[in-house]
Structures are given as C-alpha cells and as structure tokens.
Write a protein that binds this ligand. Structure first.
Ligand code: C2E
Ligand code: MG
Ligand code: MG
Length: 759
C-alpha cells in the first residue's frame, strides 16, 4: 500500500516537472519562432527598403547620364552638326568631364563621328562601326526614342558597356542621333558599398535571365559563375520559382545555401531593361543584433530547461531516496533488517493469489528471561542470527518477517504437514545449536504454530484469516519447555471458539431469556398416555444460533454456571405448571435435570421449596433428576438430601443409569423414586445377539420394582424398543418414538390442550 502510494507520488512529481518542461519548451519554441518570424519580416522590409533605395540611385544615375547626353545633343544640334572634325574634337573634349567611354553622333545620312575616351576619334563613320546595340540605339533615336541598351561587349572599347541613345533636334526636326556608351561599373560604386543592409549584405545586378551584370565584391559565393542559375545559388526546387518571378518582373524572396549556411535573398526588379537587384542577406550588420537576441533568448530558454531538468533529476533523486527511507521504515525491521509484518501481510496476500502454502509463527521460549540473563546486546545478536538462519531456510517464492520482539513469521509454499514439520525441525535445530549460547548451559527452545491455507478462499481474506489462526496455533504451542510445533486444528478451534462464545455470553443469555424450556413427554407404558415431561434446555441466542445442552452443560458444570441455569429451568418448570393450573389444564409432573453443584448447595432445598411457594404448586409435580455419578463420593450425604427433598414432596429420579459406573448397589442404597435406564441399553439391546443386555435390563427393572422404584427407559426410538421395554416390565418410556423435545407452545398444542378438554 505504502509502496504504491509513494510510487504514485513520485510519478506525479515526475509528470508535473515533465509537463512544466514541455510547456516551457513549447513557450520557448513559440517565442523564438515569433522572434525569428519578426526578424525575417523586419529583414524583408529592410531589404525592400534598401533595394528601393539602390534602385532609385541607379535610376538617378541613368537619368543623370541621359541628362548629360541630352544637354550634349542640344548643344550639338545647333552648332556642330555639319562639321564633323569640329564635332569630333568637341566630343573628345566633353569626355574629359563625363564618364562615357564612347560618344557617337550620326546625322540623318547615318554618317557619324565616334569619339573614344583616350583614343582617336573617327569621323564619317558608317553605322556598322558601332556595335549592334549601338546601331539599334541610333535607329531608335532617329525615330525620336531615347533608349538604354542591354549590356554588351563593346568592340570599340573592348569592355562591357551599355549604350544611351537620344535624338538630336533642330527645332522640332530630328537631325541626328547621339549615343554614348558607359561602363556598367559606374554602378559598382553604388552596388559594392559596404552599407548594404547595414553591412550585413551585398547586392548584385542581374538581368532577367539571371546573368550577372555586376557582381558585388562582397559576394560570399567565390565561384565566378555567369548566372544565378548556375553554381551553388539555387536549389532545383527554387529555380523554377525564381525563373518565373524574373520573367514576370516580380519581386521574390528566396534563399540559397552555400558552405552549409543559408542566405536569404531578395530579387527586386529595377524597372529598366529587365534588370534586377539581387540583394543577399549575409546575417551580419543590422541583422546581427536581432539574430543575437534570438540566440540569447534560445540559449536562455535552453539554460532554463536544462536547469529544470537538473532540478528535476536532483528532486527525483531526493524524493526517491526519501521514499526508499520511508519504505525502509514502513517495511523493514530496523534491528535485523528483515521485512516487517506489514510487508509480510502484503506479500502473503499476493502469494496466496497464485499458490497455496502455510504460515509459521515462532518465538523463543522465555525470551524476556534470556534477555535478562545475557543482556540486550546478546539477545539482539540472537535475533539477527535467527534472521540469517530463516533466510537460509526459505526457498524461492517463500518469505519471512520479524514482528515484535522474538516473533518471526515464515511463509512456506508447502501444505504437506510431514514436510512442513521436517523443514521446521531443521530450522529449529539450527537455531537451538546457536553459537552464541553453545558454551553456556542455557537450552534455547522454540515454539512454533503452523496454519495451512484453505482451498478456494479469497486470497486477501485467507491471508487475514491465516494470520488470526496462527495466533491460536502459537498459543497452543506456547506451553511446555522444549521446542514444539503445533498445527492449527480447525475442529478443535471450532470447539474452543464455541466454548469461548458460551462463556462470554452465558450471563447475558440468561438475563435475556435465551435459555428456553423444551419439554419431552414421558409415556405410561400400560395406558400409553402422557404421564409427565422432562425439562430440557435449549439455548436460542438472539442472533439465531441454536446451542444444544451437550455443548454447554459440561462447560457450565466446570465453571459453576450450572447452578444458575438449573435453578432458572426449575423456575421455568414451576411457572409452566402454574400456567396449566391457571388455564384449567390438568398438569403433568415435570422432571428437571439438576447438577451436582446445585444439588449439594447448603440452601438448595430451601431454594426449591421457595420456588414451590412462589408459584403455589404441589411438590409432586416436580421430579428432580440426578446423575448416578453423584453417589460416588458420599452416598449418605446424597441420601440425606434426597430424603430431605422427598419430605418436601419432591420425587427423585436417577438419570442415565447404566452409562457410567453403574452398580446395582446404587439402586439398593439410594432412596430414589425413579430410575432412568440410559439410552445405551436400548442401543445395545437392538442387536439381537446382545441377549445379555436384555437380561441385565430385565434384572434392573425387576430389582427396582422390588425396591419400589419406578423404571423409565430413555431413548425409545422404535416400536421394537417399546416392545422390549414393555416385555421386561418398564413403567415408562421416553424417546423420539413418542416425541422429540418440544417448545412449550408445541408441547401445549400437542398434549395439553387435549387435557383441557378432558377437564
Ligand atoms: P438427559 O437428561 O438424559 O436427556 C435426554 C437427552 O436425550 C436429551 O438430549 C434428549 O433430547 C435426548 N433424547 C430423548 N429421546 C431420545 C431418543 O429417542 N433418541 C436420542 N438419540 N436421544 C433422545 P438433550 O436435550 O440434548 O440433553 C442432553 C443432556 O443435557 C441431558 O441428558 C441432560 O443431562 C443435560 N441437560 C439438558 N437440560 C438440562 C438442564 O436444564 N440442566 C442440566 N443440569 N442438564 C441438562
Ligand atoms: Mg435427564
Ligand atoms: Mg438421560
């Protein structure tokens, strides 16, 4: 029980702590996810803002370049359109003040001037002198459209450039086209700034095919791949998504993994020539703070969880140790280390679920004296040794315990009394020859009680019942001086239990009227009619239990209660006769059984006559049955009493004649009025071969007749019995043939109401 409770408590504590941990982890996870989400959101917004910024700076740069070119076109349109050499010189000079690599002017006839920075100028050049992009730009400008070309490798400057083209007007008329190529690196300053994402990122410029136009020098990807679709950038799964977004000129967030690290990136359309800003977040810079704070939060949570787990483990260990200590106290004997009675009781109930067996309780004879003689220390040592011996004498599935003082209990998986006795004898022998006392002349002796489990009873109940029974067995074994083994005897125990019940309840029962008067008719053998009745007691306890005289009369005779009961029954008989007389019924004499103790009380005669007076009944209605055994001690004293009673008018009957030390002398010596032949005579006489018994009976009846003593035969059960007693000359018969003892109401109904009619 205790063990289960403790385990339950431990389990509860573990579950509680585990729940707290899980809850904490969930909260931590959710919080960290929230922070991460917030950080990502922040980064995205920041990325977009920055991309917008860079976009506008790029566009501004383009715009500025366009403006420069447009201003130049206005200037060209007015003065230099016809003089190509002059134009070439001017163009060459202007190049000192701008970043254009090449400036080309073409008139309507597509004759042009090309001025390369740091190189010679070319006049009257055909359109074919220009790159395809340049030619296209010139053509668009001729038709009035300003444009910026795609990036291409210039054959003139032999470097990657793109071309701005604007028309040249004379008034409203287009007189020519001006184009200028510019290295794309002009954006590099913008894009390679270390301020991207607060230093935590970098930006490439790509076109809608994913080809790099400008690679930031801060790139984490060191491989020189031409496109973001090559190399380590995009996983197969995100490639399609990115491609689609690029084609649709949409903004897209994605990420790539490089050297085991994931980098989120943003593709932001510039809004010109399908250019894209490829903004990569490296996690440093501005983000590093938020990343750090997330890390701190995560670490904090992890630390708290670790702390909880540590506390939990520590608490668990403390609780377990505490539980173990409690269990030790609850289930173990502190002196010997053996299990205690609580544990034994529990194990017994468990063991009986699967097997039958026996329990043995044993103690050391005169243990208190032994302690007094040899001292507490020695007697404690002895108990410890017994524990070790007991340990050696149990087999698998068996167990034992030490209860208080020198009391030990064992459970053997054995029901055979012979085997149990042999095993116990070995155990006792080992304890008796104990080394502690070998050199003294003190003889250790053990007394054991044994009880074997019953078949088919509930294990829990049987365990309790066995533990009760074992005390009775041990109590029986206690007497004597040498070692004893006593097996619990169910029959004996029942008898003892009954005796205990009788002795503890007899006074109350007498007061409560539980002793009932039953009457058995006596039949006159000549007339065949009722000539009297014997008062027989029945104990009908209020709890419904019926106890017969043979079960309690012998006990009452030894404890003296018989005197109370007999007087009570005599009074009941008197009361009954009074009742008949009061009700106009012709009374019959009632025989009451009198015990020796009452009969020899000094004031017995007085008591009896007082009763007669009290109920105002003539003494001849009361016959006093005495037993032949009373005559053994002093016949004269008995006779004196008999005569005294007869003088008062009572009749005296000698009961159970022939059952004990009967002799015909008794008949001769006692002044009795009636002799009741014991039932044994009829039992023996029923056997036809026992003719001698008949002769004896006949002789007794004849002698009694001559002495003026009437004869009654007890235990007349059959017509043959009646025939026999009639033949030998008995006066009266009593037995089941006529009637069993009846309750007063039954007796009255059967015999006395009939006598009323007669009156
Ligand atoms: P008892 O005085 O010899 O009573 C006769 C017993 O034999 C009664 O048993 C009765 O029931 C039984 N009996 C009668 N006819 C037959 C028969 O045909 N066959 C058999 N087998 N038995 C028959 P009961 O009532 O159990 O009484 C037993 C004894 O207890 C009595 O023997 C008597 O000695 C004693 N007893 C009964 N009542 C009292 C009482 O109030 N006081 C005293 N001191 N002793 C009593
Ligand atoms: Mg009797
Ligand atoms: Mg009798």
């Amino acid at each position: 029980m205790i063990e289960k409770k403790l385990q339950k408590r431990l389990k509860k504590a573990v579950i509680l702590v585990a729940c707290i941990c899980v809850l904490f982890l969930i909260c931590g996870g959710a919080f960290s996810a929230y922070l991460k989400d917030a950080k990502n959101q922040l980064l995205r917004e920041q990325g977009i803002l920055e991309a917008e910024e860079y976009k506008s700076r790029i566009l501004k740069q383009l715009q500025a370049d366009f403006q420069t070119l447009s201003s130049l076109s206005i200037f060209l349109g007015s003065d230099y359109s016809l003089d190509q050499d002059l134009l070439a010189e001017r163009l060459s000079q202007t190049q000192k003040y701008n970043n254009f690599v090449t400036i080309a002017y073409y008139d309507q006839d597509l004759k042009g001037v090309i001025s390369n920075k740091d190189k010679n100028t070319l006049t009257r050049a055909g359109l074919s002198e220009l790159s395809a992009e340049g030619q296209e730009g010139i053509k668009k400008a001729m038709s009035g459209e300003s444009s910026v070309s795609k990036l291409f490798k210039s054959t003139i400057s032999n470097s990657y450039v793109f071309v701005y083209s604007v028309p040249v007007f004379e008034g409203n008329e287009i007189t020519g086209a001006l184009s200028a190529s510019s290295h794309i690196e002009i954006f590099s300053d913008i894009l390679s700034g270390n301020t991207v994402l607060g230093g935590g990122g970098y930006i490439h410029l790509i076109n809608s095919d994913g080809d790099f136009l400008i690679r930031s020098s801060n790139t984490v990807v060191k491989e020189d791949v031409p496109s973001i679709f090559e190399g380590p950038y995009l996983s197969e799964s995100s490639k399609a998504e990115v491609q689609e977004a690029l084609q649709d000129q949409e903004r897209i967030f994605s990420s790539f993994t490089y050297n085991g690290q994931t980098y989120p990136f943003l593709l932001e359309p510039v809004g010109l020539n399908n250019w894209y800003l490829f903004c990569v977040n490296t996690g440093g810079g501005l983000n590093s703070g938020s990343v750090l704070s997330i890390r701190v939060v995560q670490i904090l949570f992890a630390a708290i969880v670790l702390l909880i787990v540590f506390l939990m483990l520590y608490g668990y260990r403390l609780l377990r140790n505490y539980n173990q200590a409690l269990l030790q106290l609850a289930y173990y004997d502190t002196l010997t280390g053996a299990e205690n009675m609580s544990r034994f009781r529990q194990r017994l109930a468990d063991a009986l679920k699967s097997t039958r067996g026996c329990i043995i309780a044993f103690s050391i004879r005169q243990f208190p004296f032994l302690t007094e003689i040899f001292g507490k220390e020695k007697s404690d040592q002895l108990l410890c040794q017994i524990k070790e011996i007991a340990e050696r004498h149990i087999e698998t599935g068996e167990f034992f315990c030490r209860d208080a003082e020198d009391r030990f209990y064992l459970f053997y998986k054995e029901t055979d009394t012979g085997i149990i006795r042999r095993r116990l004898e070995n155990l006792i022998k080992e304890i008796e020859t104990n080394s502690l006392f070998r050199r003294t002349d003190y003889q250790l002796a053990i007394y054991c009680g044994v009880t074997i489990s019953s078949v088919g009873s509930d294990p829990q109940e049987e365990a309790e019942s066995m533990l009760t029974r074992i005390h009775f067995a041990l109590d029986k074994a206690k007497g004597g001086h040498s070692s004893t083994i006593w097996f619990f005897d169910t029959e004996l125990h029942k008898q003892e239990e009954l005796e205990n019940y009788i002795e503890s309840h007899m006074h109350g029962a007498l007061q409560n009227g539980e002793f009932k008067l039953f009457l058995q008719p006596k039949t006159d053998l000549k007339s065949g009619s009722l000539c009297g009745a014997e008062a027989l007691v029945r104990w009908q306890s209020n709890n419904g239990r019926m106890i017969f005289p043979n079960q309690f009369i012998p006990l009452f005779e030894t404890n003296g209660f018989c005197t109370n009961l007999d007087l009570y029954m005599a009074e009941q008989a008197c009361r009954q006769i009074r009742y008949w007389m009061d009700n106009g019924i012709d009374p019959v004499p009632i025989s009451v059984n009198q015990s020796k103790l009452l009969f020899f009380e000094g004031d017995y005669v007085q008591k009896m006559t007082d009763l007669l007076k009290k109920y105002r009944i003539p003494a001849q209605f009361i016959t006093l049955e005495i037993l032949e055994g009373m005559a053994l001690d002093n016949v004269d004293e008995l006779n004196a009493k008999i005569i005294q009673l007869q003088n008062e008018g009572f009749r005296i009957s000698l009961d159970d004649f022939g059952s004990g030390y009967s002799s015909l002398n008794i008949l001769g010596n006692l002044k009795i009025d009636e002799v009741k032949l014991d039932r044994d005579f009829l039992i023996s006489a029923a056997d036809q071969k026992q003719n001698r018994v008949r002769l004896i009976m006949e002789e007794i009846v004849r002698l009694a007749g001559r002495l003026g003593i009437s004869t009654l035969a007890e235990g007349v059960e059959t017509p043959e019995d009646e025939q026999l007693i009639r033949t030998i000359g008995c006066d009266t018969g009593q037995g089941y043939l006529y009637s069993r003892p009846l309750s007063i109401s039954d007796f009255n109904k059967k015999y006395m109401e009939h006598r009323l009619q007669k009156v």
